[in-house]
Design a protein around this ligand. Structure first.
Ligand code: BDP
Length: 334
């Protein structure tokens, strides 16, 4: 009976209802886009602060039309899952590292080649220029809109056994790497055994001896408490990997052009802020781990490590047409 009643309604009888709905819509504030943002880092980490400030500035400047909220400590899932979830729009924005991005957006694998950039400044120059735009296009083709590029310093090896001064010191060590097979080859080339693993599982694996070590920048080495489980941090600085502040393409396309402009500008500011905070935070973390008693050593002969990466480069270039030229372009960028 009920169903046929509804079916039997004429447009005329629906009209008063529609106009009431219209009135309510006018009286209520415009529908806000509630954005869920993935972040792997804890409170106080430079990226977290920059993301939170980004979220606040977006709400304010869009007058509540876009309402981002950051979820810290990877509570929304590990990084590889979060990349997929953002691509399919289940998450709206995130700060991703280009290491675990490689298996999903193969173009970004070039950043996982050890010693690609001379230093962090070189990485910034490349990412902020035309080459960075090409990578943003590749990510967009996979459903991720890059708003700006973040810093993640240089990654160095740390372990429970001994200082790493030459590749021979890596011999036989079980080293955790991020989820990307290129890092398995990288550690193997140094003579170690790599285990790809999610970030959140590393601490326990270090304390139980499942791993001898891992590799990361100062802020992550410190904020993850890995320094408490490992005595040696050796400045191999073998990877300098950019990170993005990315938005799900589907969430992005729901915004008006005006709001897209606002969000992009705020993201640019967030990148400047993150890079400033990064420098301060790296120094603070270095001091914390030193005070704790971690032995930090310089690696005088980085060329010895670099030389071992040659076969990895050759294989990469052979398997990925066009990357030889790209690597040359990156190296020639000043
Ligand atoms: C940190 C990166 C984070 C990675 C983590 C890792 O910022 O995105 O997930 O390293 O080693 O430096 O997994």
């Amino acid at each position: 009976m009920k169903a046929s009643f509804i079916k039997g309604r004429t447009l005329k009888t629906l009209a008063p209802i529609a106009s009431v709905a219209a009135l309510v819509a006018i009286a209520l504030p415009a529908q806000a886009e509630d954005w869920r943002g993935w972040n792997i880092h804890p409170d106080g980490y430079p990226n977290t602060t920059a993301l939170e400030e980004f979220a606040d500035a977006v709400v304010e400047q869009t007058e509540g039309r876009v309402n981002p909220r950051v979820y810290n400590n990877a509570v929304l899932g590990d990084q590889s899952d979060a990349i997929e979830q953002t691509r399919n729009g289940a998450l709206d924005f995130a700060n991703f590292n280009m290491g675990p991005m490689g298996p999903i957006v193969p173009e970004t694998n070039v950043f996982s080649l050890p010693f690609l950039f001379n230093d962090v400044e070189h990485m910034h120059t490349v990412m902020d220029g035309e080459i960075g735009e090409r990578f943003a296009d590749a990510l967009e083709d996979k459903g991720l809109v890059v708003l700006s590029w973040f810093d993640s310093g240089a990654r160095s090896i740390y372990n429970t056994q001994r200082p790493i001064k030459t590749p021979e010191d890596v011999e036989g060590l079980k080293i955790r790497v991020m989820n990307n097979d290129l890092y398995v080859d990288m550690i193997a080339a140094m003579g170690g055994n790599a285990t790809p693993m999610s970030y959140g599982e590393v601490y326990q694996s270090l304390t139980t001896g499942v791993l001898d070590g891992a590799e990361n920048n100062y802020p992550s080495f410190e904020s993850s408490n890995h320094y408490e489980a490992t005595g040696y941090y050796s400045l191999t600085e073998h990877l300098i990997i950019p990170e993005c502040l990315c938005v799900a393409k589907s969430s992005w396309e729901e915004l008006s052009e005006e709001d897209q402009k606002i969000v992009r500008e705020v993201a640019e500011e967030a990148s400047t802020r993150q890079r400033e905070l990064w420098v301060e935070s790296s120094e603070e973390s270095r001091q914390i781990v030193l005070d704790y008693g971690v032995e930090i050593n310089e690696v005088d002969d980085k060329a010895a490590f670099q030389a071992l990466m040659e076969p990895m480069y050759e294989e990469f270039i052979a398997n990925n047409p066009g990357t030889g030229e790209l690597i040359e372009e990156i190296r020639a960028t000043e």
